[in-house]
Write a protein that binds this ligand. Sequence first.
Ligand SMILES: *Cc1c(COP(=O)(O)O)cnc(C)c1O
Length: 360
Amino acid sequence: MPRPIIAKIYPQAVAHNITVAQTISGAKAWATIKANAYGHGIERIFSGLQGAQGLAMLDFDEARRVRELGWEKPILMLEGCFSPDDYRSAQSLDLTVVIHHAAQIDWLIAANLHKNLNVYLKMNTGMNRVGFMPSEYGAAFERLNALANVGNITLMTHFANADLSDGLTEAMERFNSVTAPILIQHPQLERSCSNSAAVLAHSSAHFDWVRPGIMIYGSSPFANKSAHECGLLPAMALQSEIIGVQHIVAGEAVGYGSRFVADKPMTIGVVACGYADGYPRHAPDGTPVIVGGVRTRLIGRVSMDMLMVDLTDISGVGIGSTVELWGKNVPIDDVAQASGTIGYELMCALAQRVPVVVET
Ligand SMILES: *Cc1c(COP(=O)(O)O)cnc(C)c1O
């Protein structure tokens, strides 16, 4: 028999969360599925993506997979082409590509495409990761606009601080002031700026297309507002079982490094889940976990294959009791926050060895 750990994936939750993004923004949605759909598996959640107007990612192999699954609507490559050759893939797979530096325009020209390629022109509005500086943006636009094999150009940026209530002021000022003269000349152009946090908190940035990622998996982009409060449903649950029980007296320690020391007689449950499954090793004592439907706490250091929980005040649980590490009752964001990380990282880190079932 395999170890009792299992991850459950809920495509219908993804469908619901995409609808939330569309309803709040009133915009078309690129469902962002980079990193194999934030660890959920593109194929596993594919049925839940059907309501999106487009899919956004950055790996050309993932784009190919999505076309093979039968996706006929637009696909946006968030980092654009990595080499001149990628433009041929973009053409044959009918992709929309981001252009964020001048060499990508050079490659596009050199590729001599026979079809019109739709592009997203990205402005660096203060994150200073990728994108044209506001001072270079107008010229990059003119260069692209003069090319015969460029189709629609969409004006785009990505925010560094959309999770903060006052985090967009400067970025939006830069984006709006640089795009205003372009839009006067070309009023039909579309714009796309919002990730999940901007979808949920900044209506001034919604424009024509939004790019929700984390929210479609049912995790909150905010430190102080839960996914539940945002109306989102979790798309992943991590579950396991109790595989061992220890009764200890006051003064006994639990786990490597004896981090946790009992101050009274206690019952300790051993769970078949460790950091090699993707559970964060830095989870502290007290991290929430549910055993047999009752909320309790992690105690002691997380090991590679096991972790320990407090069963002292829970009656009727023992070997074989079900454990929810995260999911409908323990928000993944609570585990992440306790462990000094974010829901994004935990989803993406779900280990290969964990069996996954799709719940339809
Ligand atoms: C990842 C990404 C998104 C989605 O961000 P979330 O915070 O997950 O909503 C949107 N736009 C770009 C450019 C991205 O790289």
